[in-house]
Design a protein around this ligand. Structure first.
Ligand code: SF4
Length: 377
């Protein structure tokens, strides 16, 4: 028998009451809410009907779908395939051709304003959108219809949020994110390459519980997932502060798990919850597996965060949180050239961000705190 509520679906999957409460607690934690909200989340999930989700595939590599299907506890596959009512997904549904086209048209018509849309991939708008066609219609036209009639749209992954890799210069297809293509649509940007399944789950639970989408940052990304800087939660941060760096791939520092700042890690300028939520059922994430962060959730990351293996323009031993006293100590301890001293002076002069601001959930800034040398020094 088809289950109507999320709780029913979990029970059908032999998830115990205890596990259900654990799930609710995990969702409260993921959303940055207190334990006091767990009963409210549990009540919402036991009483609210499973939301309908229509998943569109635009210019993408399908990595976001892959990420969802490979997630584990609480199994995102269960959540997406069973707990959610995923009624349309070109990648995984059995229907095809005219049958699938009719299914989508009927769902939009019959559930107008009552379903969620998910878009994976960028939307090409150049030349009337002809660079991505499905069933003889442009992706632009299909997405306009589906997103325009949705309760809200989840932009899944950086391509759907900001255009991503297809948007990179010279952007031959005029690829843009969902919000840029349809400014009037209600869009939640779940950035990342790929999107993190835990963040999708938390966003949906937030809606079911509070009847609204979570608070967002300046880029339309939910603060619960993008409100903190990767560098501040990174497991290698102690090595950064101690001046213990990987200097070459495979060197002793790399094998010891030291900081990869000098190998180009963009963690100091990236905001996401990768270090705490991780991927693949919480087993690891790029920095955890020995590769620097590439700031994949940032707009224009492919153009602005490359070369990926060139370090950020920030002098040795100086962090954006560094006080003038620490700068003095560092300068004493390290022999620095005139260029570096000039850079320090500029940084101190322009450093206006209060210590700990990011950790307190202040408005995130992707690239504004660093006022030093040019990006590609
Ligand atoms: S620079 Fe990268 S590896 Fe080093 S502490 Fe920051 S986020 Fe972690």
């Amino acid at each position: 028998m088809a289950s109507d509520t999320l709780f029913d679906a979990l029970i059908e999957h032999d998830i115990s009451r205890r596990d259900f409460i654990k799930f609710c607690t995990a969702m409260a934690a993921a959303l940055g809410l207190s334990a006091g909200t767990v009963p409210r989340i549990a009540h919402a999930l036991q009483t609210k009907k499973k939301p309908i989700l229509l998943w569109l595939e635009m210019q993408s590599c399908t990595g976001d779908t892959e990420a969802l299907l490979r997630a584990t506890k609480p199994t995102a596959a269960e959540l997406v395939l069973d707990v959610l009512s995923l009624d349309y997904s070109e990648t995984i549904m059995a229907a095809a051709g005219h049958q699938a086209e009719k299914l989508l048209a009927d769902l939009v018509k019959n559930h107008k304003g009552a379903y969620f849309a998910a878009v994976e991939g960028s939307i090409p708008v150049k030349d009337g959108g002809i660079h991505c066609c499905i069933g003889g219609r442009s992706g632009l036209e299909i997405a306009r219809e589906v997103c325009g009639n949705a309760l809200a749209t989840f932009a899944m992954g950086t391509c759907a949020c900001f255009g991503g890799i297809p948007h990179a210069s010279p952007n031959p297809t005029g690829a843009v994110g969902v919000k840029e293509a349809f400014p009037n649509a209600t869009v939640l940007n779940l950035a990342g390459c790929p999107v993190n399944a835990e963040n999708i789950t938390a966003a949906i639970v937030h809606y079911l519980t509070f009847g609204s989408l979570p608070a967002v940052d300046a880029f339309g990304r939910p603060l619960f997932a993008f409100g903190k800087r990767i560098h501040d939660n990174c497991e290698r941060r102690a090595h950064f502060d101690a001046g213990q760096y990987t200097r070459q791939w495979g060197d002793d520092g790399h094998r010891r798990g030291w900081c990869m700042y000098y190998m180009g890690c963009k963690g100091p300028q990236a905001y996401q919850n990768c270090p705490t939520v991780r991927y693949n059922g919480g087993t690891s994430w790029p920095v955890g597996s020995g590769h620097g962060c590439v700031a994949c959730a940032a707009p224009n990351f492919w153009d602005e965060m490359t070369p990926f293996y060139r370090r950020l323009p920030q002098p040795f031993g100086i962090t954006v949180e560094t006080t003038a006293d620490k700068v003095g100590l560092t300068v004493t301890a390290v022999t620095l050239g005139g260029i570096l001293l000039h850079a320090i002076a500029r940084m101190v002069k322009h450093h206006t961000r209060p210590k700990g601001e990011a950790a307190q959930g202040a408005k995130p800034q992707e690239k504004t705190e660093w006022k030093g040398p040019s990006w590609h020094e």
